[in-house]
Write a new protein. Structure first.
Length: 396
């Protein structure tokens, strides 16, 4: 019974994260479904989980994060941050505490595969749904003003024009592309193209450029590794000949981003102007913003640096290094079919966090945790086989 509850809670969390965007569409007053699932996961781990099945590295990681969160809160209070702003930061940052629950319940390769299937299904549903809504808005079947009034209050949707819009959950169609492309069947390739087209039609420069960079780098690495230089040359020539004209066309289609770019630059200048020796290392504390962005900032790394200093940035860099090492281990045992999309998802989140706040919100944190734990599970699944091979050799 305990195991079934854990599995149900795990898949509910993954499904809600992969479809729910920022979580406000499923709110009940001040409480959202995401908050409820998060609270249940903490209670499950504290009172129903075995506990000793969770690796020490994840418990240590969570403990270090918790200490850093408490310390940053203390620094914020010293710097006279408002309680409301501190609470808002804690609510965003603290989703990392779901790590032990995920490490407890993601304990087999089959569960990793099921999680990937949930993400694939959610990504495809979201992509098709977006394209349908875009078509209906573009052809005036849905009245824009009515749609705007119904969705504006949630804060989940940002309109590009009267047809295109950005939804916070659109991170997952990008991740879905990486997963579908690992399958060799034609339907997976079609699904990946649908998602790429949906991302293209959101007119989100960062998403499209990041996907192209990651997929191109993956192709080049594979070509070099397998010593297939023809694809390498073809890709290089293709991008050299088309990149300039394509980006010019796409930027014109997106429209002017001068205002949002100006806000980011101004925010950076305000953060850098407040740096002193102490804040450089430990930050100004939670709840302390800048005039342009008094609470959250578009650039995750900038917000982490401002509030937690170099210490905070190092924490997230250590996680990325750990994920990279785990991916290299899965390459060594030739299990990249499951691990590559997980790794590319993490790389994508880190790239996107240079311009958007994904790394420190539940969407990004959950995918980072799933990627890290999933690759651990894949590696551990091979260890009994390796031990068996070693014992066979010793017998011989």
């Amino acid at each position: 019974m305990r195991e079934k509850v854990g599995i149900a809670l795990l898949f509910s969390i993954i499904l809600e994260i992969s479809l729910g965007g920022g979580g406000r569409f499923t709110s009940f007053g001040a409480v959202t479904l995401r908050m409820l699932l998060f609270a249940l996961s903490i209670l499950y781990f504290l009172f129903a989980a075995k506990g000793n099945t969770v690796s020490k590295q994840y418990m240590t990681l969570t403990f270090v994060f918790f200490i850093n969160l408490v310390f940053s809160t203390y620094i914020g209070l010293i710097n006279n941050a408002s309680i409301d702003n501190i609470s808002e930061d804690i609510k965003s940052f603290s989703y990392f505490l779901i790590f032990p629950f995920l490490a407890e319940t993601i304990n087999s390769v089959n569960r990793v595969k099921l999680i990937l299937k949930i993400i694939m299904t959610s990504s495809l549903i979201m992509s098709i749904g977006y394209l349908i809504i875009y078509y209906l808005l573009e052809n005036k079947v849905i009245d824009f003003q009515t749609f705007y009034v119904l969705t504006e209050e949630s804060g989940e949707i940002f309109f590009r024009n009267e047809s295109a819009f950005f939804y916070k959950g659109f991170l997952f169609p990008c991740i879905g592309v990486f997963i579908f492309l690992q399958n060799k069947d034609i339907w997976s390739k079609i699904a990946a193209l649908i998602m790429m087209f949906a991302v293209f039609m959101t007119y989100t420069r960062g998403f499209l450029i990041s996907i192209i960079i990651i997929l191109t780098a993956s192709l080049l690495i594979k070509s070099i590794y397998k010593k297939r230089f023809v694809p390498l040359i073809v890709v290089a020539l293709f991008f050299m000949s088309t990149a300039s004209s394509f980006m010019s066309f796409y930027v014109d289609a997106v429209g002017s981003k001068e205002e949002s770019d100006t806000i980011r630059i101004t925010t950076m200048n305000e953060v850098f102007s407040k740096i002193d020796f102490l804040s450089f290392w430990i930050g100004h504390g939670l709840g302390i913003g800048v005039p342009t962005r008094p609470i959250h900032m578009e650039i995750s790394f900038l917000e982490i640096f401002h509030k937690q200093g170099v210490v905070g940035l190092l924490f997230w860099m250590v996680i990325f290094v750990a994920i990279s090492r785990k991916f290299i281990e899965t390459c060594r045992i030739r299990r990249t079919k499951e691990s590559l999309p997980l790794y590319l998802s993490s790389v994508f989140i880190y790239i996107q966090s240079q311009t958007n706040p994904f790394l420190t919100n539940p969407i990004g944190v959950c995918m980072i945790a799933v990627s890290m734990i999933g690759m651990d599970v894949i590696c551990n699944s091979e260890k009994p086989l390796e031990k068996l091979k070693m014992s066979d050799k010793s017998i011989l």
